[in-house]
Design a protein around this ligand. Sequence first.
Ligand SMILES: Cc1cc2nc3c(=O)[nH]c(=O)nc-3n(C[C@H](O)[C@H](O)[C@H](O)COP(=O)(O)OP(=O)(O)OC[C@H]3O[C@@H](n4cnc5c(N)ncnc54)[C@H](O)[C@@H]3O)c2cc1C
Length: 413
Amino acid sequence: MVTSTRCVVAGGGPGGVVLAYLLARAGVPVTLLEARGDFDRRFRGDALAPPVLDLLDLLGLADPLLAAVPHGTADAFVWSTPTRSYRLADYRRASAKYPYYALVPQGRFLPFMVEQAARHPAFRLELGARVTALTRDDAGRVAGLEYSRDGQRHRLSADLVVGADGRNSKVRLLSSITATELGAHLDICWVEVPRRADDPALSGLELLAEPGATLAVLGQAASWQLGYTIPAGTFPALRATGIGQVAAALRRRLPWLGDRLDGLTDVNQLSLLPVRITSVDRWSEPGLLLVGDAAHVISPVGGNGLNFALLDAVEAANRLVGPLSADPVDPAEVDAATAAVEAARRPQVDREQVAQKRVEEGAARRLQTADPRPPLVLRLLAGVPGVARLVAWRGARALQAPPVNPRILHPSA
Ligand SMILES: Cc1cc2nc3c(=O)[nH]c(=O)nc-3n(C[C@H](O)[C@H](O)[C@H](O)COP(=O)(O)OP(=O)(O)OC[C@H]3O[C@@H](n4cnc5c(N)ncnc54)[C@H](O)[C@@H]3O)c2cc1C
C-alpha cells in the first residue's frame, strides 16, 4: 500500500508527539508513526520546566494537563551531604504562573498530547508502526519511508520525514547523518517506592551525596523515584554483587522509607539508564530532519531531555508550517526551514552538552573521593542570598521557547 502525506514523524516520544500536534493544529497533514503499541513507559525524562509549562499554557494545554494528570512539583534543586544541604536553584520566581518543575510521567503526558492532536483532522497516528527504511527520489532526496506494522510492509511518501525516534534513532542510522558519542561517565539505576502523606517535605528534585554514593530523589505524585548513580558501564558488576549496596545507601540516606525498602531484593528491580551525550554532524539532509534525542542525546543532569525535545518541536513546527502548507510544496523551502531549525536550536544544545560533560566528569570524580560536597563555587554561591533564584531564572531563560507561529496559535485567523 502506498500513501502520501506532507510530513511523517517517526517516533511518538515527547518530541514527535508535540511536533505532530503543532503541525496538525495548523492544518498540516501529518502522520505520526510509533513503533510501540502504546505510550506506556516508566523512568523517562518527565520534568516539565517552568518556561515549558508557560509554553503549554500559551497553547491552552498546561492547566488541562495538570488537572488531568497527577504530578509532582519541585520548587528547588537541593544538594545534600550527610551534614548539610545546599539549595542550588530556587524556581519560585522562574514563572509567574508555574514557579516549579512539574513531574508529569511520560506515560500520561504522551496520551494527553495525542488526545489533543486527534482533535485536528490533519493528524493521523499509527501505533505498532516501526520505521525500517527511507525512500529517496532520483536525486537522492529523502521522499518518504517504509515501516512494518502487523507483519506487513507499508510505504509512505512525504514532503518531509522527521526522525523523532530517540537516542538509537533508526532514521538517523538510515540517513547520511553521523553521530558521535561525547562520552559519559555515569549511569543511573532507577527504582520507585510509594510516597506517603507524612513523608518529609523534600523539594522534589534532590541529590543526596555521600562518600562513594550519590542518590537522586524525584518527588512524583504518588511515589519517590530514586536514582542510584554508578560509574558508566559498571551495571554488570552491580548485578554480580547484588542489590545490597543500593538498598544500604537508600536506608542510610532515607531511613524514613522504612519498610518500603524491604521489597528491594533483586537487581532486576532496578531500571538502568545508561547515560549518553551524543552529538550529530548535522540535524538534516534534503527531505529529512532530526529532533529530540535523535539529534542530540543529553544527560539527565538538569533533567532537561524532555524540555529540549519539546523546544525542538516548537522550533521545527514554527519554521515548517509555512513551507509544508504551500501548494505545491517547494522542497527548497522545506530544506531551508530544516536548516534554520538546526541553526536556531543547535547553539543551546551544544552549550548544554559541554556544560553537562563538565558536571558529569566532576560528579564521576566525586564518586571516587571522600568529598560529597558540591564544587566550591556552588557552595559559596549557595550561601549568597538570591543566587539560587538567579540560577533558576537563568536556567528558565535558557529554556525559553521561541514565540509560537501565529499560524499554529490561531489557525483559523
Ligand atoms: C530508557 C530511558 C530512560 C530515560 N531516563 C531519563 C531520566 O531519568 N531523566 C531524564 O531527564 N531523561 C531521561 N531520558 C531521556 C528523556 O526521556 C528523553 O530525552 C526524551 O524522552 C526525548 O524525547 P524524544 O521524543 O526525542 O525521544 P524518546 O522519548 O526516546 O521517543 C522516541 C520514540 O520513538 C520510538 N521509536 C524508536 N524507534 C522507532 C522506529 N524505528 N519507528 C518508529 N518509532 C520508533 C520509540 O518507541 C519512542 O516512543 C531517558 C531516556 C530513555 C530512553
